[in-house]
Design a protein. Structure first.
Length: 74
């Protein structure tokens, strides 16, 4: 099994994340390696695009995070 290294510390401000949602997101990625791979690739791409703007980088992840949260809670 491939190990994915991702951080759940920074959440886009537009997402109202509570404690449970963070765990839903984490658990979904841990049990769906293809989604974890997409998240990892997205973070790499966004880190390159928003190298000097952490807020833009964080906000750019919002759509992906919201999609995963919807899947995780169904």
């Amino acid at each position: 099994m491939k190990h994915f290294d991702f951080s759940l510390r920074i959440w886009p401000k537009i997402i109202d994340i509570n404690g449970k949602e963070k765990y839903f997101f984490r658990d979904y990625l841990l049990s769906h390696p293809e989604a974890a791979e997409k998240y990892q690739q997205l973070k790499i791409k966004l880190a390159q695009e928003h190298k000097y703007d952490r807020e833009q980088y964080t906000d750019a992840k919002s759509e992906f995070i919201n999609q995963i949260l919807k899947l995780a809670q169904n």
